[in-house]
Design a protein. Structure first.
Lengths: 355, 851
């Protein structure tokens, strides 16, 4: 097992930087399985939350709890009523609802997939009166008294409300999950060894070892792991470690109807994600981007990474996550130097004093 | 579709990934809109204006698939001279009786022909119209007398120029549905409309097909059937029927609703869409068949289908001498649809009620009406997985709170029986594309929970035991039933495969039938649902086939079994041209193999395999022999797709835009405001909001959310689902929130002439006010899942609805109505009644409530 002290000793895993094989780095022998992970393509997410429910069903995670009057409550955050990832929400679907200038709200589809309309019918001169029925005078068809405004409630009580055609609604949905970082701050800071890296390269808490100290909670740069009040233990996504052992895909990926959540060997997922990104860029969806894909980022790349359609902040994700232990070796070195320096100063003081 | 059918929506997403354009036309911006290429918002209840506009666009610009239209439709047929359109009669068709509010369809008939409808109002010609029919048929069919069905081939003009040909009649009918008119009525821009029109016409024809998908947003209207008709006309004009990637796909509300119409729970149908006989008209088998069976096309074999059904039910007791026990069948005496039944409960005409897998106190329109019906029963059986509101209305229903009902006064004896869920019993699901898929029991049902099959089998067994030895004639239908299914296990569960085998049918030697064409009218064959014949072919449960898609071709005909005859696309003869050649390489599906002298292709041809495209029926031919080699629509008496429906519909041969019965605006297209043939229930507990009312100025629409299932019995009681959509809410636009001082997450009270309910307010840009003519129309969204029981509770949205019905299928208009909305919570107790009454007074509505 890895912990800060071992790390500092220099015998075991690196705490930051490029790391092609964190599994071996964690001490597994060379013939361990390939590293697996999730590629969550939010451009095809329909916000059904099947992942949230499948995860809780399979992993026996309790519901998020009720308020003092024993009722579940609306959060008011669009259709998201579980808030964020936590000890009892290991998959969480975020709903981002906003308005944008007309023509700019894209959701991963082809913005130009529809034929351009120049006005009028395509194969007939719009000025030609239609044969047979002739032009219809709508007002002439109205029953008496129906042509004007029909009442105070229709025409706004506070004046005429004009529908704003200049704005488009955008509704982004994204299923978030533990990132299973290459450099996992939670694991590196766990003093009991409850958190460990599995033979699949994933990061898992062992309930029977965790003592609930909560050191892992502030160690996660994404705010994923948390301690559950009811049992005092820290909990998060295991990437369905038990299912992996049986050759099954994780419950969320299994339940996802649109293949927004893809499970597989990480290198293959990365290739699939690169291809999907290129496809979307080819269709003109320029705002598409991968998040957590880069093995060179502040956590050495994620085992669970994403295709997003806007800045990470829009989804509530940190734009530039850095593993909290990145600076630890240097800090210890500095501390050691300081200690050595102080020791030297003390010795010097005594030495001087003896003089 | 993503919202209510997320699992099926995976195929839309897959199509999209392969280049399909997805357009979502919906009053609300939903999870479907979020991933569609285009969302077109419009006013709820204006669908026929929109679809009619598309039909207009196709006809005016001659964008129809002309060769398909002339080959496979009745476009060239001439409509009789007596027909008058809504254009001629200020918004109604000829034949409208202003006294009764009903249509006499005689003037709608084709010139020189009468064709029996393949579905719908097959008894249209009955009752008071019986004599006129006889006169009509004897006039036009050369004195055929009692022969109801004259030759089905009307006069034609294949140039489509004759002013009375269907093509021209249609063109005139939709002439006023211009893009500008659509824009005015629907509240969408002309540009948006033309974008859709252009997309679907460019994506139809030889090389391409377009599919339409709808859910109850189309059927829950006072003109619901005509919505579907409008889509059918459009799809037929564009050549999108009977071809791969085309069609009109109905999404059903539950897992096997298709199955429950095939082997029906509907009051007016027998299995396989055979109509239920009428008490006053069908005294014997022959008079029933004369009235309801076509002479030409495959419905010409209704006698074989019906007699095989009677043999399946009554076995040896059904003989030629007793009309194959035809008299054992119940008879209709009127509208026994769900709302008619509940009205009869309140009127103390119906005393018992089985409620199975349904929660009418929450899920049906006008909850007060539903609960009042429940309170007036002698006994009520509720079979469900949870203690739903329909089982507890006597204790905690809203009428108990208001004092309208008192528990001690309610005499209904409620039997609550726990039931097995779908993972706890074996059987089939029949889904929207008519695909039967067998599922196996995964776990035994807990405790006293039992399957439906168990319940009904043993109920029947016990009733038969009690009646054993009875000499009363009326007990014969029960005592003579074939009721001998093998059972297994400690609970004596009947073997569901034995039921499937019975539905499939047997020949005289006890062999499993392999096709409905083997059914005979002489009583030598049996079969419980003719369209399902073949599902147990060779004694094999064909619905249980699970060959992965990766191991077979793209039609995947070895996954499950589709009725009829395992055909995956109906009327697929239309996927080839008049000569039997595929319309294009890309869309090749079924074609004529000249060398082999038979139809072949990717799917099972929906045509007689050996009938060449060149076949022309000889004089006097009947049944399928009367259909030519190009008559692809084989269930129709004339083999044609009907752009104009001369019969079968209660409210007109062509769809016409009528406003919803409760609408904030006047009908801008026709002088008639709403469907003149609609069905009403005029009672104090069913008052309607006047249209264009200042008192009820806003439109509301009801719908489902992904997180909950219908009336909530399967979701509100489960913590994992309840927490995802924890409270009843209404969705309003920022503009309406400002107009009525509604606060996000605050309370709002919604008021109609029925009642007032309260909901949390969700202010969202996804709801957009629409400009309709000179007015701004605000629409309020109401998910309808909630009630007083469960972990997630709230007022029932359907309590706000009144009941007005489509006259064809008696479905309520529950997807659009009007209301007022005010900030704050609703009054409690008797104060609520006075509050609602004050609104009625203000609106000039008669007093309402339970009286």
């Amino acid at each position: 097992m890895t912990n800060v002290f071992e790390a500092f000793s220099g015998e075991t895993p690196s705490l930051s930087g490029l790391l092609p094989d964190p599994t071996t780095d964690a001490g597994w022998s060379g013939d361990h399985p390939k590293r697996v992970g999730f590629f969550t393509d939010t451009s095809v997410c329909i916000g059904c939350k099947a992942c949230e429910v499948a995860c809780k069903e399979w992993n026996l995670v309790p519901d998020d709890g009720t308020d003092a009057s024993d009722l579940y409550r609306l959060t008011g955050m669009s259709y998201d009523n579980t808030g964020d990832l936590g000890a009892s929400t290991w998959r969480h679907v975020a709903f981002i609802e906003d308005v944008r200038p007309h023509g700019t709200a894209t959701t991963g589809h082809m913005p130009s997939g529809l034929p351009a309309i120049t006005g009028g019918a395509p194969t007939r001169d719009a000025a030609t009166p239609p044969p047979g029925g002739g032009t219809v005078d709508l007002l002439a068809l109205l029953p008496d008294g129906a042509s004007g405004a029909t009442g105070g409630g229709i025409v706004g009580a506070h004046g005429q409300q004009t529908p704003d055609d200049e704005r488009d609604v955008r509704w982004l949905m994204a299923s978030d999950v533990c990132k299973h970082c290459t450099h996992a701050g939670c694991l590196d800071n766990c003093p009991t060894g409850a958190l460990f890296r599995t033979e699949f390269g994933t990061v898992v808490v062992q309930d029977d070892i965790c003592n609930g100290c909560g050191y892992c909670v502030p160690s996660c740069p994404y705010g994923v792991i948390d301690v559950r009040e009811s049992d005092g233990g820290a909990h998060k996504c295991t990437l369905c470690y038990d299912r992996l052992g049986e050759g099954l895909e994780p419950a969320c990926a299994k339940a996802c109807p649109t293949n927004s959540i893809q499970f597989g060997d990480l290198d293959e997922l990365q290739a699939a994600a690169d291809a999907r990104l290129a496809e979307l860029h080819g269709r003109g969806v320029e705002e598409a981007r991968l998040y957590g894909r880069d093995p060179d980022d502040g956590v050495g790349g994620d085992g669970a990474f994403f295709l997003l359609l806007d800045e990470p902040e829009v989804y509530g994700l940190p734009p530039d996550p850095i593993v909290t232990t990145r600076d630890l070796p240097e800090m210890w070195r500095n501390a050691a130097l300081t200690a050595v320096g102080l020791g030297a100063a003390v010795v010097a003081a005594f030495w001087r004093g003896r003089k | 579709m993503a919202e209510a059918h997320p699992v099926g929506f995976q195929w839309v997403m897959e199509a999209k990934a392969r280049g399909a354009t997805v357009i979502h036309v919906d009053p609300r911006f939903t999870r479907t809109s979020a991933v569609a290429d285009l969302h077109v918002p419009f006013r709820a209840g204006a669908d026929i204006a929109f679809l009619g506009g598309l039909i207009h666009h196709v006809l005016e610009n001659e964008l129809d698939f002309r060769e398909y239209v002339t080959t496979f439709t009745n476009a060239a047929s001439l409509v009789g001279e007596d027909f008058l359109d809504t254009e001629d009669l200020a918004g109604v068709f000829s034949g409208y009786n202003h006294e009764t509010g009903r249509y006499d369809p005689i003037s709608w008939q084709m010139d020189g022909a009468y064709a029996a409808p393949a579905a719908g109002q097959r008894d249209h010609w009955e009752s008071e119209l019986r004599e006129e029919r006889a006169r009509f048929t004897s006039d036009t069919a050369g004195g055929a007398g009692d022969q109801a069905y004259a030759p089905a081939d009307p006069e034609r003009d294949d140039t489509l120029q004759h002013p009375r040909c269907v093509y021209q009649v249609l063109k005139r009918h939709y002439a006023r549905y211009t893009p500008e008119a659509v824009s005015q009525v629907c509240g969408m821009s002309v540009e948006q409309f033309l974008t859709v029109a252009d997309a679907i016409t460019k994506n139809s024809g030889r090389e391409r097909t377009t599919a339409w998908v709808y859910s109850v947003g189309w059927t829950h209207h006072s003109v619901g059937v005509q919505y579907i008709r409008a889509a059918a006309i459009l799809q037929t004009l564009l050549g999108n029927m009977g071809r791969p990637g085309g069609g009109i796909l109905a999404l059903r509300g539950h897992a096997s609703i298709q199955g429950s119409t095939d082997v029906p729970t509907l009051y007016d149908l027998l299995p396989g869409y055979i109509p239920m006989p009428n008490a006053h008209l069908h005294s014997d088998l022959q008079s029933f068949l004369d009235a309801d069976a076509a002479k030409t096309g495959f419905w010409g074999h209704m006698d074989a289908y019906l007699i095989s059904l009677l043999k399946a039910w009554w076995g040896d007791a059904a003989t030629a001498d007793n009309d194959f026990a035809f008299d054992y069948l119940p008879r209709l005496t009127g509208n026994h649809g769900t709302y008619g039944i509940v009205r009869d409960q309140i009127d103390r005409k119906t005393f018992g009620y089985f409620v199975v897998g349904e929660n009418p106190a929450i899920g049906h329109a006008n909850g007060k009406m539903q609960r009042l019906g429940l309170a007036n029963l002698e006994w009520l059986v509720v079979r469900d997985m949870q203690m739903i509101e329909t089982a507890t209305f006597w204790r905690d229903g809203p009428e108990i709170e208001t004092g309208e009902l008192r528990t001690e006064d309610i005499g209904t004896e409620v039997f609550y029986l726990p039931c097995a869920n779908h993972t706890e019993k074996s059987g089939t699901f029949t889904n929207t594309q008519r695909l039967l898929q067998w599922r196996r029991e995964a776990v035994h049902p807990p405790g006293d929970a039992r399957s439906e099959l168990h319940f009904y089998y043993h109920l029947g067994r016990k009733i038969r035991e009690k009646l054993a030895g009875s000499t009363d004639e009326r007990d014969r239908p029960l005592l003579d039933l074939t009721w001998d299914y093998p059972t297994f296990g400690v609970h004596s569960e009947p073997d569901p495969e034995s039921v499937l085998a019975e539905i499939n049918g047997f020949d005289a030697d006890g062999n499993h039938l392999s096709s409905y064409t083997q059914m005979k009218a002489d009583g030598s064959t049996s079969g419980g649902c003719w369209i399902y014949t073949g599902v147990y072919r060779d004694g094999v449960n064909q619905a249980d086939r699970r060959k992965p898609g990766s191991e077979q071709d793209w039609v995947a005909s070895e996954w499950g079994w589709a009725w009829p005859a395992n055909r995956r696309t109906l009327y697929n003869r239309a996927s080839a041209d008049a000569d039997g050649r595929p319309w294009s390489e890309r869309k090749a599906y079924v074609w004529w193999d000249e060398e082999a002298g038979r139809w072949t292709g990717h799917d099972i041809p929906d045509f007689e395999a050996g009938k060449p495209p060149s076949y022309r029926p000889p004089e006097g031919a009947t049944h399928e022999d009367a259909l030519s080699g190009t008559d692809a629509f084989i269930m129709q008496a004339d083999g044609k797709a009907w752009l104009y429906a001369p019969t079968g519909l209660a409210d007109g041969p062509m769809p016409t835009h009528y406003e919803p019965v409760e609408s904030p605006v006047a009908n801008m297209l026709h002088a008639e405001q709403d469907n003149p043939a609609r069905e009403d229930i005029v009672r104090a507990w069913n008052r309607l909001n006047p249209s264009m009312s200042d008192t009820y100025p806003y439109v509301f629409l009801t719908y489902r959310l992904t997180e909950h299932h219908t009336a909530g019995g399967m979701s509100r009681f489960l913590p994992y689902l309840a927490e995802l959509q924890p409270e009843f809410f209404c969705e309003v636009s920022p503009a309406l929130a400002q107009e009525r001082n509604l606060e996000h997450l605050g309370w709002a009270t919604l008021i109609s002439a029925r009642t007032a309910i309260e909901a949390r307010v969700v202010v969202t840009e996804r709801m957009k006010p629409l400009r309709i003519g000179d007015n701004v129309v605000h629409q309020i969204g109401l998910p309808y899942h909630w009630g007083s029981n469960g972990l997630s509770r709230g007022d029932p949205a359907n309590d706000l609805l009144g009941v007005v019905m489509d006259p064809n299928v008696h479905i309520q208009e529950s997807k659009v109505a009007t209301c007022d909305i005010q900030p704050g919570r609703r009054p409690r107790g008797p104060a609520l009644l006075e509050f609602v009454e004050s609104y009625r007074r203000k609106a000039g509505v008669e007093p309402g409530g339970i009286t």
